[in-house]
Structure formats: C-alpha cells, structure tokens
Write a protein that binds this ligand. Structure first.
Ligand code: NOJ
Ligand code: MG
Length: 553
C-alpha cells in the first residue's frame, strides 16, 4: 500500500502547522492487522502510512496503544512507557514515527492522565499496602459513609453507569476504603494534587517527545482536578460528558495550572509539538480557556460534532466557535466522528442510509472549507456506517454492560476497516477468512479502499480531491473568520478570501434541490453531489444535502 506519492506538496504552508492541520485518527485495534491475530497493530499502521500520505492528511493521532488490560479499549493504561504486546513494541512505535516523518506525516499520541488501569503498579501497591500506604494519596481513596462505611463517599455516578466508587477489600477479606473512578472500576482516577502524579506525567510526556512524537491528544483533559473535599453533586443522575452545569469533577479552575506546565515543557522541544484537549466544557468560552496562549494548542469542537444538519444552527455554531477561539488566539477545530460516537453517515441518516451518506459527504466538504484544523476518524473517508447488529456477547465497550446495554454502544464505530477483497476480513489482516476482534458486516466489500480507489463517485476520492485542493488553495486552511452569504433559506454559504481570489462554499442542508443565483459564486471546483447545473439564466441548482466549492479569481 505504500504507493508513490500523489498528494501534492503544500502550496501554502502556514508558518505553524498547528493552525490548520488535518489530523486522521487511528484506532489501532481496528486499523490494520499485520500478524493475523485479528487485532490491529503498530506494524499494520506502519504498512498503511502511504495510504494516509496519499489521502493528503498532515498528521495521525493514534488512540492508546500502551500496555493495558483493555477494560476500556486501552484507555486503561497499566504502563505509560510500554507498548501492549498485542500492538507491538516501543521499537515498533519508534519505527512508525520515523517512517511517518519520512513521508511528511506527524504523529500525535494519546495521553491518558485522568486515570490509569487498576493493574498499574502504583494502584496495585496502594491496594496491597492498605490504608497506611503512601501511594494511596496518588488516587482518591476515602472511607465510606454510613455506620460501617458501606455507603460510597459521595453521590457521584460513573460515566459508564453505576457508582463512581468501588470498595476495596482489606486484609482477611474485610471491606476497606473506597476509590474513585469516573469511568469503569478498572480505571481509578489519579489525584492530581499529588506531586508524584504531576512529576510522573511530565516524565511520560518527555518519554514520548524524546521518541519523536509530535504531541498529544489529552484524554478527559477537563477532568484531572476535582473540587476540594469531593462534594456531593446533590443529584443522582448519570454523568454526561457534555453537561450544561459546572460539576465538581469537571472543568475545575485548577486544571489550567497543569496545562501551563505542560505547555512550557512542550516548548522546550523543537518542531512545533502540539497538545489537543478532549475537554467537554459547558460553553465555547469555557473550552477556549484550555487553549489560551500559555496552555494547550487546540481543543476538540464537540458541539459541531453534535450539531443537527440545519443551516441556521450550523451557522450560529460556526460563528460562535470562531469567535471564542479567536478571542484566545487559538485555531478552531472541526470533527464529525471519533471512536466514542455513532459514525456520522448513520447519525445524519434519520432512518434513510442514502440520506446519511449524502449528508456525510456534504458535511466533510463543509468541515474542510472552514478555517482551522479538522479531525477525521478512520473509515469516514470510506463513508462507513455505524455497525448496529453486533451480537451482545461480542461487544467490548464497558459502558454496554454497566448500563444494561442502554448506553455505550461504542463498538459499532470501532469495527475493523475494510481494505480490499470481497469477504471478511477485507484485507484488514493478512489471512483470507482470518479473524477480526469485532465482526465485519457481510456487505462491506464495496466500501473497501480497493473498491473505491479511482472511482470518482466514491467517498474516498471525494476526500482525496478535497484534501488535495485544501493543500494547494490559499483560501483554505488557516484563518479566523468567514464571510457569510445569504443565498436562500436552508443554504449555508460563506466566502473565504485570499490574495489569489476567493473560495465560496455552499451547503444545501434541505432535502430538496435549491436554485441560487450564481453571481459571485465563480466556477465549480468540487461538489459532494453533482452534476450541478449552471444554467444560462445565471442560477445554479444545489442538489439536496450537498456541498459545493466555487472559485473566483
Ligand atoms: C474519552 C475516550 O475518548 C474514551 O474512549 C474513554 O472511554 C474515556 N475518555 C475514558 O478514558
Ligand atoms: Mg495484530
């Protein structure tokens, strides 16, 4: 798959790649399997770097590949400086980074500082040594409430369902203290007041930076600091990541001190290293605090991901996002999917898969025309839908079992990618008929990379074209604002100027074709649904659920 390069060199490189990078998220278990065990691995990723270079992205973000019992897909880390044997070795990570760099791709690794695995040596030792252990202060251990301490220390509920506390067992099997875990019981939360925790993470950052990583995606960046005394929430509801209210376990002011220290550490390294925050805050303004000039560089824009397919709503949201990030001088980011949410081709479908795919194509061109950085999730460039029929007993998401199957259907977006061939594993692994850790649907042959390659109607070729134009057109990429155009109801339209002319992006979010005047649009450069008839009467027909890019000189 390491074909010769087709992605053009960037014609307009901003002085800082962090202003507008397109980052491709690799979920390592599901990307490519080199050894046929059914589980993706680092050598698999390495063998497909040419594909990513040809797709035209600037960087990969790789979800955790560290030593882990995989209670939460690797977001339960037992050793932050080692690679899980299922994925390879630190030597493989080294080689992967080196190969990526040779192809002009940067590599962002995932850092998980809010919690570790219950198999982390610190936690094991803290359990073993009992209440007197000095290591207990690195976590949140507390006696229970009630006469025999049989009630959890406070009323917090885990994001994966059930209480956010688990009781330990003391010597001789007697019930002991409780420990806090905002996620599964296998993911004890660190206590970030502990200097040992702070020092350890600074050392872990250095370990990966020294190995050549270009930066970090910071998991649950808003969760590290808890309100002093761990006060009750006062209501017994399931924690939501994207809440409207300030809660004692998220977005506490103290967290910013940590990121200031990380920022100065990153700046000791050459080559514009990056940190991007997974920070679900209640408003854009609160999210923007994570990317102030002396903190992290970017934060995910989850409100864009969650937005309905509606021109008015999207315009509001884009305007607010740009303004909030501009105020702190940070680039805005855009994302449609990741490994935690229903794939957008299905999210947008509202019962009609064809509509979902139309909108997914249109949304991709919208996202890639906006100022700032875009994050793509593996497989969206193939138009993959959510897999909804995974048998219960084959699901891995811990939230599935902890919430009686009601929540946590995250396996459906994590199914191994189809690369080639007519039957599973579709080139994911080397062996015909070989295993995959989650079953792939029978109908995925036409969605494979091989099937879409060279087909101008395919989602893959649409992404390749869009990314190629984005790399060469000076009106795209970095920027602070867009100029809105009012063309017709249901049409989102904006212009981006450059010294070499303007690019106009029109998005028809309605389910009907809409005729708009062509004055000011220019010539059609790319469309998610065509043909777009440019009529003699100076009007253009924008197809239902479509986006088009137009160029004027
Ligand atoms: C956010 C990650 O994206 C998700 O996959 C994980 O379960 C939680 N953080 C806990 O680490
Ligand atoms: Mg493997």
């Amino acid at each position: 798959m390491t074909a010769p390069t087709t992605a053009p060199a960037r014609a307009h490189t901003p002085p800082d790649w962090r202003q507008d990078a397109v980052v491709y998220q690799v979920y390592p278990r599901s990307f490519a399997d080199s050894d046929g065990d059914g589980c993706g691995d680092l050598a698999g990723i390495r063998s497909r770097l040419g594909y990513l270079r040809d797709l035209g992205v600037d960087a990969l973000w790789i979800s955790p590949f560290y030593t882990s019992p995989q209670a939460d897909g690797g977001y339960d880390v037992a050793d932050y400086r080692a690679v899980d044997p299922a994925y390879g070795t630190v030597g493989d990570a080294d080689a992967l980074i080196a190969d990526a760099h040779a192809l002009g791709l940067r590599v962002i690794v995932d850092i998980v500082p809010n919690h570790c695995s219950d198999q982390h040596p610190w936690f094991l030792q803290a359990l073993r040594e009992g209440t007197a252990s000095p290591l207990r202060s690195r976590f949140h251990f507390r006696p229970g409430r009630g006469p025999d301490g049989e009630e959890p220390p406070n009323d917090w509920v885990s994001l994966f369902g059930g209480p956010a506390w688990t009781r330990t067992t003391g010597p001789g099997g007697t019930p002991g203290e409780w420990y806090l875990h905002l996620f599964s019981p296998q993911q004890p939360d660190f206590n970030w007041d502990s200097p040992a925790v702070q020092d350890e993470f600074r050392a872990i950052l250095r370990f990966w930076l020294d190995l050549g990583a270009d930066g970090f995606r910071v998991d649950v960046a808003h969760g590290l600091v808890k309100a002093p005394g761990l006060p009750d929430l006062g209501r017994h509801e399931q924690l939501g990541l994207l809440g409207e209210k300030l809660v004692p376990y998220f977005d506490q002011d103290g967290v910013h001190e940590i990121y200031r220290s990380w920022r100065s550490l990153l700046e000791e390294y050459p080559g514009q290293r990056i940190a991007v925050a997974e920070a679900w805050a209640k408003s854009f303004e609160r999210t923007a605090r994570y990317v102030r000039p002396d903190e992290l560089h970017q934060a995910f824009n989850f409100k864009f991901l969650n937005a309905p397919w509606d021109a008015t709503r999207l315009r509001e949201l884009i305007t607010t996002s740009l303004a909030a990030m501009h105020a702190v001088d940070a680039p805005t980011t855009w994302t449609l999917s990741n490994h935690d949410v229903v794939r957008h081709a299905s999210r947008y479908a509202e019962g009609d898969p064809a509509r979902g795919l139309r909108r997914a194509r249109a949304a991709a061109l919208l996202m890639l025309a906006l100022p700032g950085s875009a994050y793509l999730y593996q497989g969206e460039e193939l138009g993959l839908p959510e897999v909804t029929d995974i048998p219960d007993d084959m699901r891995h998401d811990p939230a599935f079992r902890r919430s009686d199957g009601g929540n946590g259907l995250r396996d459906g977006c994590r199914v191994p990618l189809p690369w080639s061939g007519r039957t599973a594993p579709y080139g994911f692994g080397p062996l015909p008929g070989g295993p995959t850790w989650l079953p792939q649907p029978d109908q995925w042959a036409d969605l494979s990379v091989e099937a879409q390659n060279g087909d101008p109607r395919s989602v893959l070729e649409l992404y390749r074209s869009a990314l190629r134009i984005r790399r060469t057109d000076p009106a795209l990429g970095a920027g602070r604002s867009v100029e809105w155009l009012d063309l017709a109801p249901g049409i989102l339209a904006f212009r981006r100027d450059s010294e070499q002319g303007a690019l106009v992006c029109t998005v028809n979010t309605t389910g009907e074709p809409v005729t708009v005047p062509t004055g000011g649009l220019g010539t059609l450069l790319l469309t998610s649904a065509g043909p777009q008839s440019c009529r003699e009467d100076a009007t253009a027909l924008l197809q239902a659920d479509s986006t088009s890019w137009w160029r004027t000189d």
